[in-house]
Design a protein around this ligand. Structure first.
Ligand SMILES: C[S@@+](CC[C@H](N)C(=O)[O-])C[C@H]1O[C@@H](n2cnc3c(N)ncnc32)[C@H](O)[C@@H]1O
Ligand code: SF4
Length: 361
């Protein structure tokens, strides 16, 4: 049955471009942001007003918006009681008062981009905040009353050692956020990092070291009472990211804003990537969609398995030929069959997740 109850809203503005990042974001003025918020509201109103139980402001840097702008966007949505409403935050854009105002505007979960607590790493990454400012942002969010805080970190950074990662983990666990994500650095084409990689100024982390780092993260998180409920996401009990979990459960959601992706009525779509196309369509009353792809039943099934396996404790319940494939992967030690006849990634499967996923394609 068709069901949609989540919305992603993309805010394509950042103070500055970080050296590793290829997310769609630009520098902006106050006027740029005001114009964009007006357009977002028009786009929202081009869709039916679904009852939403998750709202996610992602970026770019959504915390560059004013709390009043966030509140205005939210007032155009039909949000059910106790919905999860998340805002991504860059530490350089907030203070205690702004966090309080975001709460009053309706935000009840923040995801703070920390990346690392190490001063040298932050410099290498091109982050504009210090380690202390990252930590301070966490404390401000707590003091403002946020009881659901996620921290975003990365590992496998240029020249990073296992000991350096340990320091980041120690600091992370001392703060005890409800949730954290930690992604291994991806060398994205077109970034400063990629240029330096090509010039030979940086080199990619050795595979064995990267695997040791990932294992360290998993082991330490477990010791600290965190559940690894997704390949790169960890939470305290009952604190999964509900919005992101919809992606992994292959559920439909609206994607609003420049370059946003969505999945609506059986169609995966991507919005326009330039402001001129985006504003042009919005002012003509047309949805700013760049490309659409109808997802066939077969593709939907494959998505269901590949995405579903990411949710480690839940896994998948395969049908037809995929049962035999899962049984083979159990024999090879990549999957485990649970008491409820679901298949979940084993520890070895988690470490080699991409190889496991490719078996389904
Ligand atoms: C769109 S950012 C949102 C956070 C906010 N803009 C900030 O950085 O403060 C989402 C997260 O993606 C991760 N990320 C971005 N580029 C990445 C890359 N090249 N490799 C791995 N993770 C990356 C970072 O951890 C980042 O916090
Ligand atoms: S990591 Fe965050 S702050 Fe840095 S450029 Fe990407 S979106 Fe912007």
């Amino acid at each position: 049955m068709f069901m949609l109850n989540g919305i992603y809203i993309h805010i394509p503005f950042c103070l500055n471009k970080c050296n590793y990042c290829d997310f769609l974001s630009f520098k902006s003025t106050i006027d740029d942001r005001e114009k964009y918020v007006d357009a977002l509201i028009k786009e929202i109103n081009m869709y039916p007003h679904f009852s939403l139980d998750t709202v996610y402001f992602g970026g770019g840097t959504p915390s560059l918006l004013t709390p009043e702008q966030v509140s205005r966007i939210l007032s155009n949505l039909n949000i059910v009681e106790n919905a999860e409403i998340t805002l991504e935050v860059n530490p350089k854009t907030v203070n205690l008062e702004k966090f309080k105002e975001f709460r009053r505007a309706g935000i009840n979960r923040v995801s703070i981009g920390i990346q690392s607590f190490d001063t040298d790493n932050l410099k290498t990454l091109g982050r504009m905040h210090s380690s202390a400012e990252g930590e301070e942002a966490f404390f401000f969010a707590r003091e403002a009353g946020f009881e659901n805080i996620s921290l975003d970190l990365m590992f496998s950074l240029p020249n990073q050692t296992l000991d350096n990662l340990k320091l980041d983990l120690n600091k992370l666990f001392s703060l005890r956020p409800e949730h954290f994500s930690i992604y291994s650095l991806i060398w994205e084409e077109g970034t400063e990092f990629f240029t330096k990689l090509e010039k030979g100024e940086y080199k990619e982390t050795d595979n064995d070291l990267e695997a040791s780092m990932y294992e360290l993260i998993i082991d330490e998180a477990e010791k600290q009472g965190y559940i690894q409920y997704e390949i790169s996401n960890f939470c305290l009990p009952e604190k999964r990211a509900l919005h992101n979990t919809k992606y992994w459960k292959n559920e439909e959601y609206l994607g609003i804003g420049l370059g946003a992706s969505g999945y609506y009525n059986g169609i995966r779509y991507k919005n326009d990537l330039t402001f001129s196309e985006y504003y042009g369509k919005i002012s003509s009353g047309i949805k700013p969609i760049l490309e659409e792809e109808f997802v066939s039943p077969d593709e939907k099934e494959v998505y269901e398995y590949i995405l579903g396996l990411r949710v480690i404790p839940d896994g998948i319940s395969p049908r037809g030929k995929y049962i035999a494939l899962c049984e083979t992967l159990v024999k090879k030690g990549f999957l485990i069959k649970t008491d409820t006849n679901n298949y979940i990634l084993s520890k070895k499967g988690v470490l080699m997740a991409n190889d496991v996923f490719s078996e389904f394609i």
